[in-house]
Design a protein around this ligand. Structure first.
Ligand SMILES: *[C@@H]1O[C@H](CO)[C@@H](O)[C@H](O)[C@H]1NC(C)=O
Ligand SMILES: *[C@@H]1O[C@H](CO)[C@@H](O)[C@H](O)[C@H]1NC(C)=O
Ligand SMILES: *[C@@H]1O[C@H](CO)[C@@H](O)[C@H](O)[C@H]1NC(C)=O
Ligand SMILES: *[C@@H]1O[C@H](CO)[C@@H](O)[C@H](O)[C@H]1NC(C)=O
Ligand SMILES: *[C@@H]1O[C@H](CO)[C@@H](O)[C@H](O)[C@H]1NC(C)=O
Ligand SMILES: *[C@@H]1O[C@H](CO)[C@@H](O)[C@H](O)[C@H]1NC(C)=O
Ligand SMILES: *[C@@H]1O[C@H](CO)[C@@H](O)[C@H](O)[C@H]1NC(C)=O
Ligand SMILES: *[C@@H]1O[C@H](CO)[C@@H](O)[C@H](O)[C@H]1NC(C)=O
Ligand SMILES: *[C@@H]1O[C@H](CO)[C@@H](O)[C@H](O)[C@H]1NC(C)=O
Ligand SMILES: *[C@@H]1O[C@H](CO)[C@@H](O)[C@H](O)[C@H]1NC(C)=O
Length: 314
């Protein structure tokens, strides 16, 4: 991912509440939300932490070139050639990769730190025969809930507890894409394995069903399960008075671009205004400079706008 795209993602991921608080005048602190998550995590005991850090995409091409091409044209990036789990695609067509194996002890709990490091794909994550307890989802309040399928967007992180309470053996882990527009995605499932220590050699693998690429019901169920704690100790104090009603139109346009392949590029716009790249990129000014806060808000609107425009296009 280009450093600019990375910075944008970081800003949007790290400061959404901050930006929103500036827009809506909410008395809300991201730090507070983060500390709630911390407290929640401390209440949950895990015997070990596992980083499943690279649910990534892999191209038979220079990734920087892929990113440069698509940021220049505004068109979707070339479809990748594989998905990977911690670097391995697993046994997929034309690849002899054995896949990543997560070795675990039975009767324990593991905190899985899951990162969707793909460029553009929303993914489903499953472990055969096991439910997961989701305890933290990036940019969302989270009350722990059980699910057999985790749904995760590009650049997003999710923490989930895995209880290794099933029979000793080998279980399939899958990541597969979700596609809700006409924009093509890599539809190849990546495979990894959960293997209990003490499993004899050459065991059969317990399989799981892979959600279809258009499994909107699965995504809806997952997203509807995201709730705030809203307990006595951690109440959800949502402001109920509206000071300003804001009206946004979000769309896609075509701008001239002398250096682009077709002499034009696709752009996202909010109220017919598109994002214009600032000439300086100094992250520390976000903390000190009021006009930088506006840029921060614009970046977020641009990111959200791009995503929505992409959907609108589909
Ligand atoms: C997981 O990632 C974190 C942050 O990068 C690192 O501090 C930690 O050592 C990693 N844990 C394992 C078990 O690899
Ligand atoms: C993207 O795909 C097109 C069509 O297959 C190809 O011409 C182009 O070279 C690819 N771009 C990169 C950066 O690989
Ligand atoms: C696998 O390789 C063969 C031979 O190179 C090729 O014809 C086929 O399209 C490849 N399949 C995939 C899924 O890439
Ligand atoms: C997972 O949870 C669902 C509902 O909570 C339950 O019906 C199902 O049996 C559980 N599956 C496993 C493997 O524990
Ligand atoms: C995956 O995409 C390819 C190319 O877009 C298509 O030919 C193939 O049928 C798709 N496979 C599945 C399982 O959807
Ligand atoms: C998903 O795609 C399949 C095959 O194209 C189709 O039969 C099914 O109706 C679709 N489901 C949804 C929810 O769109
Ligand atoms: C260039 O224009 C052609 C025809 O209008 C279109 O099909 C194609 O997607 C465009 N390519 C880019 C990179 O904008
Ligand atoms: C959107 O902006 C463009 C360029 O400034 C202008 O030509 C066009 O008329 C505007 N469209 C609307 C609906 O305001
Ligand atoms: C970045 O911002 C800080 C604080 O405003 C300033 O001291 C520093 O000189 C800036 N650095 C650059 C490279 O602009
Ligand atoms: C605040 O940011 C704006 C826009 O980036 C810049 O022009 C201005 O010099 C900055 N002011 C200070 C005091 O850093």
């Amino acid at each position: 991912m280009g450093s600019w795209a990375q910075a944008m993602l970081l800003v949007a991921l790290l400061f959404p509440a901050f930006v929103e608080s500036k827009i809506h005048h909410y008395k809300f602190s991201y730090k507070l939300a983060a500390s709630l998550v911390q407290k929640l995590l401390m209440m949950i005991t895990a015997n070990a932490i596992v980083n499943l850090s690279c649910y990534a995409e892999w191209w038979k091409a220079d990734v920087e070139a892929v990113v440069n091409q698509y940021t220049q044209t505004g068109m979707p990036p070339n479809v990748s050639d594989a998905h990977t789990i911690n670097g391995y695609p697993g046994p997929v067509p034309n690849c002899s990769s054995k896949g990543y194996t997560l070795h675990v002890d039975g009767g324990k709990t593991y905190l899985l730190r899951i990162i969707n490091a793909a460029l553009n794909d929303e993914l489903f994550f499953k472990i055969a025969g096991h439910n997961l307890t989701v305890v933290e989802v990036d940019a969302s309040y989270t009350k722990p809930f059980q699910t057999d399928t985790i749904f995760i967007g590009p650049g997003q992180t999710t923490n989930a507890i895995l209880a290794t309470d099933k029979a000793t053996g080998k279980y399939l882990i899958t990541i597969s894409p979700f596609m809700d527009t006409t924009v093509a995605v890599n539809n190849i499932t990546a495979f990894a394995f959960l293997r209990y220590n003490g499993t004899p050699a050459f065991p059969p693998t317990t399989l799981t069903s892979i959600p279809p690429i258009n499994a909107t019901a699965v995504t809806t169920k997952f997203i509807n399960s995201l709730r705030s704690l809203n307990s006595k100790q951690y109440p959800a104090k949502v402001p109920l008075t509206i000071d300003h009603s804001l009206f946004f139109t979000i769309g896609v346009g075509v701008n001239p671009c002398a250096t682009c392949v077709n002499g034009s590029r696709v752009i996202a716009a909010v109220n017919n205004v598109t994002f214009i790249m600032p000439t300086t990129n100094n992250v520390s000014t976000f903390h000190s400079n009021a006009s930088a806060i506006r840029i921060c808000a614009e970046i977020r609107i641009w990111v959200v706008g791009t995503q929505m425009a992409r959907r609108a296009k589909g």
